[in-house]
Design a protein around this ligand. Structure first.
Ligand SMILES: [Zn+2]
Length: 234
């Protein structure tokens, strides 16, 4: 009898723990999803939600905002169990191919031969941690069929082309790799670590990326967010 009671208490505790874990990890991202849907449906209703390309949001922030729009998802958001978002998503609130994407910081741009929607920019010196090299990854710059919105200055196979901060890289798109299942029109931006040999690490793993908060002067870490819309201080 007592054994059974212990078992019941154990199972109930485990279920509560799992439930609490799901609630804590998924709820903030679900709340942000609701705002993303609202923004995409009617961006004119919330002009105060938008950030502007080319702005510095903090006195100590080395990067400028890389595009216009609403910062819908943060670094370390969870869209599903076990998933951790490696960057931030800025939703332009326009159709594909209209909202410009600019370089957040100077560096050397590479676009691999197979890349339809992405570029990556090498920063020889991390401005916040001198002595290490980092990479800035910009993606979703194509339509659902993979027609690229990347500037013709950066064709596939372009290596190490110097760009200034504010250089137009392309336009936001909704390319996901699956033409029947495009994402909402946005830019995904992330900071990727170097492997120590001069190559960028796999940008799909969060452990290979950095919290972009101090670089952009905004609270962009999902675990530190207060749940409010992330905008520049006026
Ligand atoms: Zn993203």
């Amino acid at each position: 009898m007592q054994k059974r009671l212990i078992y019941v208490v154990f199972v109930a505790g485990a279920l509560l723990g799992v439930g609490y874990y799901l609630y804590r990890t998924l709820r903030p991202s679900l709340a942000r999803s609701a705002r993303v849907v609202e923004w995409i449906r009617n961006p004119q209703a919330h002009p105060e939600w938008a950030v502007r390309a080319g702005t510095h949001c903090g006195a100590d922030a080395p990067f400028v905002i890389p595009t216009d729009g609403f910062i819908g998802y943060l670094w370390d958001d969870s869209f599903r169990l076990g998933h951790r978002h490696q960057g931030i998503d800025i939703f332009g609130g326009t159709e594909v191919g209209l909202t410009p994407v600019v370089a957040a910081y100077p560096g050397y741009l590479t676009r691999l031969p197979s890349w339809k929607s992405s570029v990556i920019v090498r920063l020889p010196e991390d401005p916040l941690q001198p002595g290490r090299q980092i990479w800035l990854y910009y993606t979703h710059m194509a339509d659902p069929a993979g027609n690229s919105f990347i500037s013709p200055d950066f064709p596939p196979g372009m290596y190490e082309k110097y760009v200034e901060a504010g250089t137009r890289l392309g336009y936001q798109g909704d390319y996901s790799g699956d033409p029947y299942n495009p994402v909402g029109v946005h830019l995904h931006f992330s900071i990727v670590l170097d492997d120590g040999l001069g190559n960028f690490r796999n940008e799909l793993e969060i452990r290979n990326t950095l919290d972009p908060s101090p670089y952009l002067g905004l609270t962009l870490n999902a675990r530190q967010s207060d749940g409010q819309v992330v905008v520049c201080e006026k």
